[in-house]
Design a protein around this ligand. Structure first.
Ligand code: GSH
Length: 202
């Protein structure tokens, strides 16, 4: 049994989807309903996964922990393929996620309208160039996990929902769009979105 601290629609959604794919039971807690969340994670970010007596932080590290701990089809068995899978997870978490995080930062911290427009345009350009990288990666495979959906696909499936909240035009290639639709249609993905909505609306 796991406990996952989340924010609605945030990157923690990917952790919940992975847990469902692994058939693990999880209790979710909205970070905004916690009095002193920084006592749980001094960085103040979700996801935080409680595994026994340990509070695990950093999304990629949490997902890799789960993939190593439980039998699954989201992570290859072959060590060479594992390296590629880790690279994809880190690309998602450490390259694509921060590119999207800039949108949240700009919206929150830049008040000058002209500067804001310029910053959004720069962030949009950066994100679109990364989706082109994803499109190239998908030239030889239907999803980043060659034979089946991988954790990295799930992570990208979550981040791809964020653009709608900002004045940016994000362009997904055909192959990327197909992969994202597949991920976002997974029962585990829908179940996770619904669980967050139900919990946050309590
Ligand atoms: N490096 C961290 C970054 C996580 C992160 O940026 N989480 C965002 C949500 S996607 C967050 O918790 N932001 C804090 C807030 O908005 O209050 C990780 O990968 O876990």
């Amino acid at each position: 049994m796991y406990t996952l601290y989340y924010m609605q629609g945030a990157c923690s959604l990917a952790t919940q989807v992975v847990l469902h794919e692994l058939n693990k039971t999880v209790t979710i807690i909205d970070k905004n309903n916690v009095d002193d969340f920084n006592a749980i994670n001094p960085v103040g970010t979700v996801p935080v996964l409680v595994d026994g007596n340990n509070n695990l932080t950093e999304g990629a590290a949490i997902i890799l922990h789960l993939l190593k701990k439980h039998e699954n089809d989201l992570f290859p068995k072959d060590s060479g393929q594992q390296q590629k899978a880790i690279e994809d997870i880190m690309f998602a978490n450490a390259t694509m996620h921060p590119a999207y995080s800039k949108l949240f930062f700009i919206a929150k911290n830049i008040s000058d309208e002209a500067a804001k427009v310029e910053a959004f345009q720069a962030a949009e350009k950066n994100i679109n160039s990364l989706w082109q990288v994803v499109e190239s990666k998908l030239a030889s495979r239907a999803q980043l996990g060659s034979d089946s959906i991988s954790a990295a696909d799930i992570m990208l499936g979550v981040y791809a929902t964020w653009g709608q909240y900002f004045p940016v035009e994000l362009i997904f290639g055909q192959r990327s769009s197909k992969m994202l639709t597949t991920v976002q249609s997974m029962p585990s993905f829908k179940k996770s979105v619904q669980a967050e909505q139900a919990e946050s609306n309590k």
